[in-house]
Design a protein. Structure first.
Length: 111
């Protein structure tokens, strides 16, 4: 890894861990796919009555998910009957979750 790439990588993994810990507090079992080079950073499995069954989560501190990543995340979610979620860090701090794809929703190509 290039010297300039190490710090952003470390910040990104720290954010993934924050999101993982937050999802665990919300009642999910969470698997982090570190080093997988896929669009799925975290897989969250609902363990309670008030949690969704399966979530594929992409963590982006800046909230930018390019169209190719979005499409791939949604395609994988469809295959697994999972919800696809983007976790981002607003300037004020904390974590903001945005639903990218919800189980039962039609993909753009299907509409």
């Amino acid at each position: 890894m290039s010297p300039g790439g190490r710090l952003p990588y470390l910040r990104g993994t720290a954010f993934e861990r924050r999101v993982r810990d937050d999802l665990r507090k919300r009642g999910y079992e969470v698997i982090r796919s570190a080093g997988s080079k896929t669009v799925i950073d975290l897989v969250a499995i609902g363990t309670g009555d008030d949690t969704r069954d399966l979530i594929f989560c992409q963590c982006k501190k800046d909230g930018r998910l390019d169209p190719a990543e979005r499409d791939e995340l949604c395609e994988l979610a469809v295959i697994a009957s999972a919800d696809a979620v983007l976790a981002e860090m607003p300037k004020a701090g904390g974590i903001r979750y945005s639903v990218v794809f919800k189980v039962g929703q039609k993909m753009a190509a299907e509409v």
